[in-house]
Each structure stands twice: as C-alpha cells, then as structure tokens.
Design a protein around this ligand. Structure first.
Ligand code: FES
Ligand SMILES: [Fe+2]
Length: 340
C-alpha cells in the first residue's frame, strides 16, 4: 500500500519516498551544533527538502515549503520563536500553525495555513527526523550515553550508493583484511573464524552477530595491534552498530544511513570508547575517514546497486552469514528501497 507523499513535489514513481518502510524510519539530517538558535538550516531527505530551526532549545523539522506560494522557508527568518517565510512573510509558530499574514493583518489565518511538521528528536548529538508515523524509537546506543565513555561523531560521509549495500558493507567482516589491509586486518589473518548469528525478527530487532574474533594491526588508530572481538547488531533497515572489544576495552560504533536523493546516501557515525581518553579526537576521526574512503571506492562500484534479497543471487560463504541474515531480515521488513 502506498500513501500520499509528504513531499508532494517529489513523489515521482522512482522516488525513494515511495517506500512505506523507509518513511517510518528515523534519519539523521544534521548534528545538533549545525542548527544554532535563530537560524534556519536546509537539508535534503528522501528526495525532499527539510528545514530545521529552533525556538528556545526546541528543535523543529518541517517540509521546507510555504503553503502560500511554495517558497522555501529555510530562506526566511527565525524571529521570536516563529518561522517567517521569505516571500510574503507569513509567520508560523512552533507548532507549524500560521499565526500572522502581513497582507491581511486583521484576518485570522485559515486553518489550512500550516507547515508540514515532521517528527524530530535530538539524541547522541544528532538530529533525527521521521517524515511519517515512526515505526519505532530512535535506535538505542547505550554506550553512547554511558558517562564512562568518550563519545564523538563522524560524518556525514557521502556515497553514490543506496543504504542496504552500505549497511551490508558495515556488517561484512570478510573485507576487513583486504580493503582495510594494514589497519583492520592483514594478509596473514584473512580467514574468518566461526561466529554466531541470531536471525532478526520481522517486526522487531534485526539480526545480531557475536564473538567474531579478528587480528587487527591497528584496530582504533593507535597503531597497537590486537586480537579484537566484534559483536554486531542491526537496529533498523539502515542502522547498525558494533562493539569491538579488546579485553575490557570497548569501542562502539553506531552507523546510520540517510538516503538524501535517489541513489545517494549520507552516512553518520556515533563512536563511544571506554579507553583511549588521551587520543586526540581529530586523530580518531582521521582514522575513520581513512577507513570510510577505502570502503567508498568498493561500495560505489557494486552492481547491481540494489541489494539482491533472493539468496540464489550472488554467492555466499559461511563467513557471510551475517550478511545473509541481514538480507533475509530486510525481506521480512517489507523494505523495497535499495533492494531487489
Ligand atoms: S510563499 Fe510564503 S508567504 Fe507567500
Ligand atoms: Fe570497510
């Protein structure tokens, strides 16, 4: 079943917006610091325009379109806790209701004069938006809220690729020793040991993989080789995370993909570490940048661009069983975007 798009101008037949599953998901569109008080910020999400702004501390995410003549609200002004359209200065309050029309100052604005208001949350220093009824909460990343950890954000990283291939790449352990040779693996340790996978639930959490042991020459950018253990979890069709452990040292990475346009994505990452407090954040971020750029070349080359959910397509190894579980689970969720 398909619903009317909240972005009516962009509801072309091939638009990512046509996907009902996607429209119920939370997507990161900015870091909290990208939207200062008093400023309107324009973003692209699912092929449509979004405006972000704050009144007081409260964040708002609306369709970036004035109902009067379709001007972009993000070109307007934030004034006295309201959004003012750049064209004829209609004034919208924090609930999206038009409360003043300068051309007819004595008339109460019609009820239909409203902005299209989206669900929005701020969590982990990121702004998450859902353009329809959310199918769940913003993904839970407990370590990112654990005060004994240092937390930092990376991204957005731009990809000319769709979300499912990007998440599968994140879950793929077989490529670490090849694509990230010298960092996350090396030629002497290419074999992937047995590991456990728990299948995802159709209307609940995605698959989990546990206890994947890998030798890494440089697991975290410190240059100190270690045997690490990965535990992966899929939280939502385009959100996954891992905890990489070296004994009691834990490095958490939450990875979330935002489809911006048909065929284009932005990836955001949340990191939390309970060690390495002395490492400058810019070094940690530079390390991630290197790793992501190594992935980018390969993932953007993958054809078909749509992740095949028919397991007869492509070839699968035992070491790919997390990817297999992800494909099966995506099929169960009913996602149509980015898959075939
Ligand atoms: S287009 Fe926004 S007030 Fe006219
Ligand atoms: Fe990678």
């Amino acid at each position: 079943m398909s619903h009317a798009s909240p972005f009516p101008d962009n509801a072309g037949a091939n638009s990512v917006l046509q996907d009902d599953v996607l429209r119920g998901q939370w997507f990161v569109v900015a870091q909290s610091g990208d939207v200062p008080l008093g400023q309107a910020v324009a973003r692209r999400l699912l092929g449509g325009d979004v405006v972000l702004w704050r009144d007081g501390g409260r964040i708002h995410a609306w369709q970036d379109l004035c109902i009067h003549r379709g001007a972009k609200l993000s070109l307007g002004k934030v004034r006295d806790g309201c959004m003012v359209c750049p064209y004829h200065a209609w004034v919208y309050d924090g609930d999206g209701k038009c409360i003043h029309i300068p051309a007819q100052p004595d008339r109460t604005p019609p009820l239909r004069a409203r902005a299209n208001v989206f669900h929005v949350r701020e969590r982990y220093g990121l702004i998450w938006v859902c353009i329809a009824q959310p199918s769940g909460d913003v993904p839970a990343f407990p370590l990112a809220e654990d005060t004994s950890c240092r937390m930092f954000l990376c991204g957005p990283y731009s990809f000319e690729a769709k979300g499912p291939r990007l998440i599968e790449n994140f879950l793929d352990v077989g490529h670490l020793a090849i694509v990230h040779a010298g960092l996350l693996g090396d030629a002497e340790h290419e074999a992937i040991p047995e590991y456990e996978v728990e299948e995802g639930l159709a209307h609940g959490v995605g698959p989990v993989a546990r206890n994947i042991r890998i030798h890494q020459p440089d697991p975290d950018g410190t240059g100190r080789a270690a045997e690490v253990t990965y535990d992966y979890q899929v939280h939502a069709p385009l959100v996954a995370s891992f905890i990489k452990s070296q004994g009691d040292n834990k490095l958490f990475m939450g990875y979330t993909i935002t489809p911006t346009e048909e065929g284009f994505s932005e990836a955001w990452a949340v990191f939390a570490m309970n060690y390495g407090f002395e490492i400058p954040e810019q070094d940690l971020r530079a390390f991630q940048q290197t790793v992501v750029m190594q992935d980018k070349a390969v993932v953007e080359s993958q054809r078909p661009e749509l992740l095949p959910l028919d397991l007869q397509e492509e070839l699968h190894l035992r070491s790919d069983r997390m990817a297999i579980a992800y494909r099966k689970w995506l099929r169960a969720t009913g996602l149509k975007y980015g898959v075939a």
